[in-house]
Each structure stands twice: as structure tokens, then as C-alpha cells.
Write a protein that binds this ligand. Structure first.
Ligand SMILES: *Cc1c(COP(=O)(O)O)cnc(C)c1O
Length: 385
């Protein structure tokens, strides 16, 4: 079931359902800071909860909310986005072929290299925004196509419907890392994807104060497999962190709208500056993926990458900004700027970085909620222009 924008704001607040813990009816889901739950009789715990590694009411409530936002049959909350991705890759077997985008979050590139290859996965990293590139490598051993759209950091847009069709023709899963647009702007499951990944550390929690991750699936059998893995590995999100993410999600809609408003304004303003050579933002006229993004998402988000005229200028901006912060991560209320070349994408091989355009002049900006004039002045003052 696809989420409509007119009801998603309600789901952000009530997606987990009414809370009625022992008739107390609290408005905010309490933090159940307990490791274990007592049993009534052998084989019967009376509450559905045994042990927090497996499940916990605070985490379950958050999972229900995120599942509701993505229109998923089930969502599982993890200690980080990487823990979610790692657990997903545990469902594959040695010899399985995985196709992934060549422009991906640096941590995902590292995971596929460090752990995926050791586990015998054959990984083809291709420009998934071009379906012909997928067709060249897909085969009967392909078990998953793994994409980000928009991608990190080059903001390529990949057609989710087309990828779902290609994957399903060979019985493979389409996995979409939906971190950049969040469920507020995009619901890949409604477009045919089988699995959605989130780093909850970003837009979902939204305050740069906690780390978390999610896997959302449309198939309950796959959900059962993943839940067994999570219980076995022990990487479920802790109750306090679950509560923080839950609190963040309540304002997801207003944050996404306002951050996007700032981003649209900043992207076109950046394009007008002499020292800015290229702006990568899918909401900007002339972005090659703009039409596809509009056909599958309800917004372009608030992530902008841009290339300046020299590496000296890039470093000057990173070190000179006073309101925007030079830091990794994204999606929070604070604007952050980062240097993909040596921060988030240091583990991407240099030839691949070169080909993608991840140069010493490329900066990635996560636009927050600050006043737009303050953000512009901050960039101008730091640039030395
Ligand atoms: C941050 C991020 C991740 C990893 O999530 P963590 O919560 O940092 O482990 C994965 N994918 C994307 C697109 C991200 O931005």
C-alpha cells in the first residue's frame, strides 16, 4: 500500500497505533529499559516479549511506525544502518551474484568488499541509472539489485519500477536504500521494490543525536528470516535509541518540507555563483534524473552536492563555515558539509571515484533548518569571494 502525502503526517505521529500499557494510556511510548520479561507459565510469557535482544515494546512500537510509513508488512530496527545492511546480506549464499550501484554510500561499498567478497558474493558495481548497464551483467545467479536513488554523493536517479522488473525477471530482490528521501518523499515498496533500507541516523531521527537503521520488507516470509537473523546476531536497536528515533519521526514531515524548501533555494543560488562549477540536485532544472524522480518520488529532498573551481576553494569552504558544520552525516536539523573524497568515500577505489566525479573539488551539503540568508552568507564568507 502506497503512502499518500496527505496522510503520512498522521502516520508519523500515530503510525504505531494507540499506546495502552497496562491501562496507563501514555501519549509518548515509554522506554522499556528491561533486559527480560517474566513468564506466566512454561511456554507462555503473556505479553509477547521474552528478552530484549529478540524484541522490546519500545523497539516494536517504532518498528510498527516505520512499517506504516513505508507501507511495509514488517520493519526491523537495528543499531545502525550498516547493521541493517549487513544483516540483509546474511540472507545470501556463496556464489550468489549481486548487482549494486557504482555510486553508493561509502560504508556500503566497504561492506560489500570486506564482508561480501569474503562470504563468496560476486558483486558487480554498475551505473544502475542506465538500465542497459544492468542488462549487461544480470544473469540467473543474480539474487539482488541494490540501489540508492538519489545516490550518494552524485545524486543519480535510478528508475525503481524498471529495476524491480529487471530483478523479478530473474527471481532477484530489488533493494533500495531510501535514506536520502526518507519515507516522507519516497516509498520504494509501492513501486515494486522488495526491501527498503534506512539509516535511521539521518532524516528519520533528524537531530544528529543517535545511530540506528531499518530493514522494511513487503514479504512476511522474508521478514521472518531477517528477524531470526537479528535475534541470532543480536543487533536490534536499544530501547532508549528507539525512543529517540520515535520522537524524531513525529516531526519528519515538517522537517522534510522546510529542509527541502531551503535546499531548492540554495541549489539554484549555488548554480548562479562564479566559483561553483556544477550543482547536483535532482530538483534542479537540467538534472538528468529530474523527470524520473518526479515520477517516483514526492520531492527532491535536501541533499546537494556541488563542485567548486579548485581544491583550495573546497578546503577554504570546509574550514571557513561558521553556521554550517564541517562534519560527516546528514539529514538532521543542523546543516552539515562534507568532503566525500576523504571522508565518506575514502574506501572507494580511486579510478571509480574519478569516473564518478568524486574529485578534490566536490562538496556535499546536507541542508538543515537554519535561516536561508544565514546559510548563503556563511558559504560566501567562507569561500573568500
Ligand atoms: C549513513 C548511511 C548509511 C549507514 O547508516 P549508519 O546509520 O551510519 O550505519 C547507509 N546508507 C546511506 C545512504 C547513508 O547515508
Amino acid at each position: 500500500m502506497a503512502c499518500k502525502q496527505d496522510d503520512i503526517n498522521t502516520r508519523c505521529i500515530h503510525g504505531g497505533g494507540r499506546i495502552n500499557t497496562d491501562g496507563l494510556r501514555p501519549i509518548s511510548m515509554p522506554i522499556f529499559q528491561t533486559a527480560s520479561f517474566s513468564h506466566i507459565e512454561p511456554g507462555h510469557n503473556g505479553s509477547g516479549f521474552d528478552y530484549t535482544r529478540e524484541s522490546n515494546p519500545t523497539r516494536s512500537y517504532l518498528e510498527k511506525t516505520v512499517a506504516s510509513l513505508e507501507g511495509a508488512a514488517d520493519a526491523i530496527a537495528f543499531t545502525s544502518g550498516m547493521a541493517a545492511i549487513n544483516t540483509l546480506f546474511e540472507i545470501f549464499n556463496p556464489g550468489d551474484h549481486i548487482i549494486c550501484g557504482d555510486d553508493l554510500y561509502g560504508g556500503s561499498v566497504r561492506l560489500l568488499k570486506l564482508i561480501g567478497e569474503k562470504n563468496g558474493l560476486n558483486v558487480s558495481a554498475v551505473s544502475v541509472e542506465d538500465p542497459e548497464e544492468i542488462k549487461k551483467v544480470i544473469n540467473k545467479n543474480t539474487k539482488a539489485i541494490y540501489i540508492e536513488t538519489p545516490s550518494n554523493p552524485m545524486m543519480h536517479i535510478t528508475d525503481i519500477r524498471v529495476c524491480a522488473q529487471l530483478a523479478h525477471e530473474v527471481g532477484a530482490l530489488l533493494v533500495v536504500d531510501n535514506t536520502f528521501l526518507s519515507p516522507y518523499f519516497q516509498n520504494p515498496l509501492s513501486l515494486g521494490a522488495d526491501v527498503v533500507i534506512h539509516s535511521g541516523s539521518k532524516f528519520l531521527s533528524g537531530h544528529n543525536d543517535t545511530i540506528s537503521g531499518f530493514i522494511c520488507v513487503s514479504d512476511t516470509e522474508l521478514a521472518g528470516k531477517l528477524r531470526l537473523l537479528t535475534k541470532t546476531i543480536g543487533n536490534g536497536l536499544a530501547p532508549f535509541d528507539a525512543w529517540l528515533v520515535q520522537r524524531g519521526i513525529k516531526t519528519l514531515g515538517v522537517r522534510m518540507e522546510r529542509q527541502q524548501e531551503n535546499a531548492i533555494e540554495l541549489a539554484s543560488w549555488l548554480s548562479s555563483l562564479d566559483f561553483v562549477k556544477k550543482v547536483y540536485y535532482p530538483g534542479l532544472a537540467g538534472h538528468p534524473g529530474k523527470e524520473i524522480n518526479e515520477a517516483q518520488a514526492r520531492g527532491a529532498g535536501s541533499m546537494i552536492s556541488f563542485e567548486v573551481d579548485s581544491s583550495e576553494r573546497a578546503v577554504k569552504i570546509l574550514q571557513g563555515v561558521k553556521i554550517i558544520t564541517f562534519a560527516e552525516s546528514l539529514g538532521g536539523v543542523e546543516s552539515l558539509i562534507t568532503y566525500p573524497l576523504i571522508q565518506t568515500h575514502a574506501d572507494v577505489p580511486s579510478e571509480r571515484r574519478e569516473k564518478l566525479g568524486i574529485t578534490d573539488r566536490l562538496l556535499r551539503l546536507s541542508v538543515g533548518l537554519e535561516n536561508i540568508s544565514d546559510l548563503k552568507n556563511d558559504i560566501i564568507n567562507a569561500s573568500g569571494n
